[in-house]
Write a protein that binds this ligand. Structure first.
Ligand code: HAM
Length: 424
């Protein structure tokens, strides 16, 4: 029997019900922050993704050549596509531009719980402001999108990749000339991103880094407050970056984000981050606990536009749902307003007419399509979580009435069909 390709999933109607509830709730929060929704294609020119990240990213991509010989890739994320769209069409729009999106992404990952080859992201890009209040608002949005949908246990960590890079550079500066050339800062950042700190330490010692420099570097990574971070920087320009970081943290309580962790170990993997970076985890998920990642980045210039302050984040939609389920979140079950039961086939015409009238009023209405009669019909109505059943028999038709049954109390009234809406 054929199955879904590795790392992809079908969604049953029960799952789609939950996904739609979650998506609607998340979209409400983006709209409340003044973001407008956009959509970009599922596949793009391969070059869009290799330009910044280099050819090595191809390993992680689904790539193909189309019949016209074009090299294309299924999108692994939406930031580069949004920036392409911005460069093509939106550069003249008033700033800041606040754009949000929801879409499927494809990565040639090793599948496991919470890690798929096709997954969905909901995210946003903020183009045209990097003031501390702009970045604080962006972080608050990420936090509230997740807390507003009902997640109880989420951890927000905020770092600064520029400060982190400066500290890695200091390690490099401490090396003997002959080791400096081969010292690979990007490799160190990648190892930090993978939280492979043992490997980082080994790499430093292999390069001949003095012990006190290694110790200093690791105590920088351990900083728990922004004042502790500030203690590692003394130069004017660097202090300005620390101050900006502190201002962002300072605005967060005003935006009702109270629990924040300073985390200098956030390196972020996608190669375009340049400033403040942040991640939100759901510890309940274990290994694949990262729900959200984002920060300040530079990509517009690289993709051919005029460089502009850019920041954004993306939330793993599937993982958010997994986290809610792990926290035993109760989703409102699917329901039906009315289930209509014509007692015999003779009552089908008035039953169908009523069905149509109620649907015109945007009530969710189903009608017995199996001619199963009252007893089985009511059982089915129950299984569909119907609020009311409408029973139409010969007697009702004669009196130009229907029997309306409240499915939870069992109470029944006989009323004219025009009264149904009022009664409900
Ligand atoms: P990212 O951290 O690569 O960032 O992805 C964001 C989120 O997508 C992750 O935190 C995770 O929840 C989810 N995710 C990633 N890979 C998978 C997977 N294989 N299966 C399930 N979920 C996954 C970005 O994509 C950036 N574009 C975010 C951004 C926007 N930065 C600036 N603007």
């Amino acid at each position: 029997m054929l199955t879904t390709p590795r790392g992809t999933r079908d969604f049953t109607s029960e799952e789609m019900h939950k996904r739609n509830l979650l998506l609607d709730a998340m979209k409400q929060t983006f709209l409340a922050y003044g973001y407008a929704e956009i959509q970009t294609p599922t596949f793009e020119h391969l070059e869009l993704f290799t330009k910044k990240s280099g050819a090595s990213i191809v390993e992680e991509l689904y790539t193909f050549t189309d019949k016209g010989g074009r090299d294309l890739a299924l999108r692994p994320e939406l930031t580069a596509p949004v920036i392409r769209l911005y460069n093509e069409q939106l550069q003249v729009q008033p700033k800041p531009l606040k754009l949000f999106y929801f879409g499927n992404c494809f990565r040639y990952d090793r599948p496991q719980k919470g890690r798929y080859r096709e997954f969905w992201q909901i995210g946003c890009e903020l183009l045209g402001s990097d003031s501390p209040e702009a970045i604080a608002e962006l972080i608050a949005l990420a936090f509230h999108v997740l807390s507003d949908v009902g997640l109880k246990d989420i951890v927000l960590r905020i770092g600064q990749v520029k400060l982190l890079s400066i500290q890695v550079q200091l390690v490099k500066d401490s090396l003997k000339e002959e080791e400096k050339d081969s010292f690979d800062i990007a490799l160190v950042l990648r190892l930090i991103d993978k939280e492979d700190f043992e490997e980082v330490e080994k790499y430093f010692y292999d390069k001949g880094c003095p012990e006190h420099v290694v110790t200093r570097f690791f105590s920088f990574l351990e900083c728990k407050t922004s004042d502790a971070v500030a203690g590692f920087f003394h130069e004017g320009q660097q202090l300005t970056i620390v101050k900006q970081y502190q201002k962002v943290l300072g605005f967060l309580p005003d935006l009702k984000v109270d629990a924040v962790e300073v985390d200098m170990r956030i390196a972020r993997g996608l190669d375009y981050y340049t400033g403040i970076v942040f991640e939100i985890d759901a510890p309940v998920l274990g290994a694949e606990k990262q729900l959200c990642g984002g920060g300040q980045y530079e990509l517009i210039g690289q993709l051919g536009g005029n460089e502009l302050a850019s920041s954004g984040f993306a939330i793993g939609f599937d993982r958010t749902l997994l986290a809610l389920e792990s926290e035993q979140f109760k989703f409102t079950p699917p329901r039906l307003d009315v289930f209509i039961i014509p007692v015999t086939k003779d009552q089908l015409p008035p039953a169908l007419r009523l069905c149509q009238e109620l649907r015109n009023q945007k009530k969710s209405v189903d009608i017995d399509l199996l001619r199963r009669g009252i007893g089985k019909g009511l059982k089915y109505a129950n299984s569909k979580n119907a609020t009311f059943a409408v029973i139409i028999g010969e007697k009702e038709v004669e009196q130009n009435k229907v029997t309306l049954r409240n499915m939870s109390s069992g109470e029944q009234v006989t009323i004219s069909s025009s009264e149904i809406i009022n009664y409900m």
